[in-house]
Design a protein around this ligand. Sequence first.
Ligand SMILES: NC(=O)c1ccc[n+]([C@@H]2O[C@H](COP(=O)([O-])OP(=O)(O)OC[C@H]3O[C@@H](n4cnc5c(N)ncnc54)[C@H](O)[C@@H]3O)[C@@H](O)[C@H]2O)c1
Length: 361
Amino acid sequence: MNKTKVDLNGKAILVTGSPGFIGANLVLRLLKEMTAGTIVSLDNMNDYYDPSLKDYRLGMIEKAASVSSAAHVFVKGSIADKELVDRLFAEYKFDVVVNLAAQAGVRYSIDHPDVYIESNLIGFYNILEACRHSYDNGEKGVEHLVYASSSSVYGGNKKVPFSTDDKVDNPVSLYAATKKSNELLAHSYCKLYDIPATGLRFFTVYGPAGRPDMFYFSATNTLANDGTIKIFNYGDMRRDFTYIDDIVEGVYRVMQGAPEKAKGEDGLPVPPYAIYNIGGGQPENLLDYISTLQEELVRAGVLPSDYDFEGHRQLVGMQAGDVPVTYADAAALEEDYGFTPKIGIREGLRKFAEWYAEYYK
Ligand SMILES: NC(=O)c1ccc[n+]([C@@H]2O[C@H](COP(=O)([O-])OP(=O)(O)OC[C@H]3O[C@@H](n4cnc5c(N)ncnc54)[C@H](O)[C@@H]3O)[C@@H](O)[C@H]2O)c1
């Protein structure tokens, strides 16, 4: 698909869900690359997981901002607050918007459905409406909206690797349903209001200062506290794990290439709309991933070298909402943006284990 180049330097950029895990790392990258402009981080700092990690990441952002020639503003608030979203758009006149704010997690959506509707549907709708009205009165408006979708939209897709051309109409969790809904809502807004928008289906993102609700992190906490980790589907799972730096590189590149605007034969916009997978296309066996994690935790000194791993693991059945395989067809991202994630689990888990040892020492 043809892309319109978006120069980020000197621009006003909104990153929602920063200082969340991916958002914070993206903002750190933007502060490094940009020599002018303003980045606004918008996050409600909820306590779905330990908020001190968000404070820690915000501290890193503020430190980076103090030596960057681009400006950074943090706003605490919710994307579900339409008045706030509209006020920020009116004040900063964003050129680029990256929507990462969402209630994440497949399992949590079983007991806490309301917050998924509020943040992932109402919140995303508010972002779309604000983008739509950014063109009012002949204003230049938003050049590119990039938003997080998820590999979970593929549900129990039997065909591998997962391609964005596959039909994904059978979500197996509310979380996945909200992410698929985001793609549908974005498509209608692209068609109606000619908003260049790109959805990114992230595949299991991990790394230092990541999310404690995700397996590698929660398993580390459990093992460090002498507990027993549960390995679902008796370990018969494969995941396309993606290291955070690869995700940031992918998002950073995508931000700079917006789907080109064009008119159809009917004179109406052909929706400037695209969806990509961001995953390495090399799914790992869960048990290999766990063994590598264990080795790296020992190497980093988080666990002693004689730790009894066999005695601290329990193989259990599949849990509701989960899927046995995720496997990205990453060819389109390579074709359009010249990038495929490349950091392997040994390198990625080593960086996580070293960070963990330092952070919790
Ligand atoms: N990490 C992964 O493996 C992964 C995989 C697929 C998709 N995603 C998606 O990527 C995005 C970022 O994920 P992450 O791993 O950084 O998660 P995260 O939970 O660390 O970050 C999300 C941030 O959004 C904030 N937030 C939630 N609801 C909000 C609201 N209503 N208003 C403002 N802020 C709100 C949270 O406080 C949090 O800081 C999410 O949309 C997530 O669904 C992540």
